[in-house]
Design a protein around this ligand. Sequence first.
Ligand code: ADP
Ligand code: ZN
Ligand code: ZN
Length: 737
Amino acid sequence: MSKKATVLQVAVPAPVYRTFDYLPPGNCKIDSLVPGMRLRIPFGRSRLVGILVSIENNSRVEPARLKKVIEVLDKEALLPADLLQLLHWVRHYYHCPPGECYAAALPVLLRKGEPAIAQGDKYWFLTPTGLETDAETLKRAPRQQALLNFLKHHSDAVNRALLDAHSPNWQNTMRELIKKGLAQTEERTRLTNIPANKKISGPELNEAQQAAVSSISSQHAHFQPYLLEGITGSGKTEVYLNIIQSFIERDEQALVLVPEIGLTPQLLERFHQRLQVPVAVLHSGLSDQERLAAWLMASTGQAPVVIGTRSAVFTPLKNPGIIIVDEEHDISLKQLDGFRYHARDVAVMRARQLDIPVVLGTATPSLESLYNARQNKYQHLTLPERAGTATHPELKVVDLRRVPMPDRISPTLAAEIEKRLTRREQVLLFLNRRGFAPTLICHDCGWTADCERCNTHMTLHKRKNKLRCHHCGAERPVPIQCPSCQAEDLQTLGQGTERIENALAERFPQARVLRIDRDSTRRKGSLQTMLDQVHADEVDILVGTQMLAKGHDFPNVTLVGILDMDQGLMSADFRASERMAQLLVQVAGRAGRAEKPGEVLIQTHYPDHPLLQTLLKHGYPAFADAALKERQDTGLPPCSAMTLLRAESVNEKEPMAFLSEARREAETLTGKDVFILGPVPAPMEKRAGRFRAQLLIQAEQRHQLQQLLANWVNSIKSLKSARKVRWSIDVDPMEMY
Ligand code: ADP
Ligand code: ZN
Ligand code: ZN
């Protein structure tokens, strides 16, 4: 131990599992320093921006050897005390490099050391003439007409992001409108952007909604987690809006987390119109400036509502009142690489530290949340009925066994599609595989098109005429001959959305077919354009992947076809059946939302599968019960706690060698209450040219695992073999690949 001095503990943005000590800069008043400020520090040969985590009286390092901070960047703490407390928990629970976890709480510009001030942002809106102009007068210029309508609809002025979402080439059209004196633009800071349009009041709540709203609103200033289970279309969003309203009236802020795909312009519009307050929006599509502006609106309290994706859980709030996590079962809430946290779990911890309520809403609760509800840790609220006049869709199984079917569309399904086409209703077909076909196979020798860098097949993308690996992004041209035997009989194996799209065009030549998947929506704004087409009834058959499963309402869709249920039923991942059930219920929920009743056809070779049968006959809650019972019997999460130690390297042997050593370390640190499994090669052993392996540790109780982890991470980071691999800890892993 060294002699007394003021030592600053700093989280440095580098992938290292510890903080670093520094001395204050020479001219600095020690009293003015508070944790949560940014500091510019020398680090190796570079200068970085770190976060002051704590102020200590001594260091493990001799003060004479400590470096000085170059500059204190903030006059007050950028991260408030409650957020620092949360990050402290996160860092120790997830065992992540502290710098990465603190960085997640800051917008990019602040991470770079920019001042915490918002710049102006450009806005567009209609002139008084524009407001009075009848859109009909522009019918010779349909783009201008559409843009005029769009601006009328958003009378509070729109920014670049909203316009991009409206149409990718709005700029030229806008120029025309401005030339005609119909629209104008102005630079103003987002902070003053209070919507000016008329307040729209919501529907009268039904009994279940009312009960949920009163229960939650009355838990003001107390920690209480709620699991709000409401079938799709039961009016969960209405419940959120009413709860948020009651917190706004108390001058408290609401933080709302949604999956990326659910954060649509329609949702934001609904929030704006109903709540009439500034809403700070945080998602990955923002420019750095926009992100900073939204972050400041949240942290200064200027935005009573903050809505964002996963990382928004770390947004500072001036007067936090309630946290809402929508689609709490959605796995996009878990970050799958780098700093691996689960935003839902962090949200619950944040609410607990702040002593405020937290609502987890979904139509298909995760087994984790159901388990917590069973143990009375969460209060379980249900919305059992569809709101308004919408009815439940009817679910039916189509047995595929022995059915001749060249293109994954069974005669039963085809007949139902035909009916919808004549009735001018829409059809949604769901297949969770993009591309044309999962692979190419040689009919002569059995060669398959495999990725050279991963243990997987390459997907055929016919439109681009490429073979593409969906795991590492590798691409190559489609061979004409078999590379192995030179035969010219290369055949496609299996079905992807692109192939279904072609097959539909052939089978139903009169129908307008639209494909929505990651390939067809790569361009910014294109997803929104496509959704608009669906809503404008310019589409008859919609084919898509899981992108279609959430958040979107398709009132005119009356038939949903699940083209392939079998993958979910047959997978080795213990969460596969849970995911399959959630997906099925979510996709089914897209149909029959308005007055027209919907029907769902599920194609499978396993019509008698017990979990599928439970799901169809008794619904998701019964399915979840059965699945939870199975987890209990097998001792799997949520009935136990799990952590994965992963390692990868270009050298085949290193990951296993490192993990074996790590295993020995764990054995010396722990007793019989922790099981260690492995090391084993990862299910996909080679990915992007690196060999991967993993070690699984499991315990009945979370705290048993946490006890081990604290010491273990410390000891493995000093192992020699650790330097030869890339390793990471995944606490509560959601994927085992
Ligand atoms: P969820 O979020 O559960 O999918 P929403 O809140 O979006 O459901 O509601 C689905 C539809 O039902 C929306 O169009 C909404 O306006 C309507 N709705 C919700 N609650 C009611 C109600 N109590 N009475 C009439 N319509 C309602
Ligand atoms: Zn061959
Ligand atoms: Zn690959």
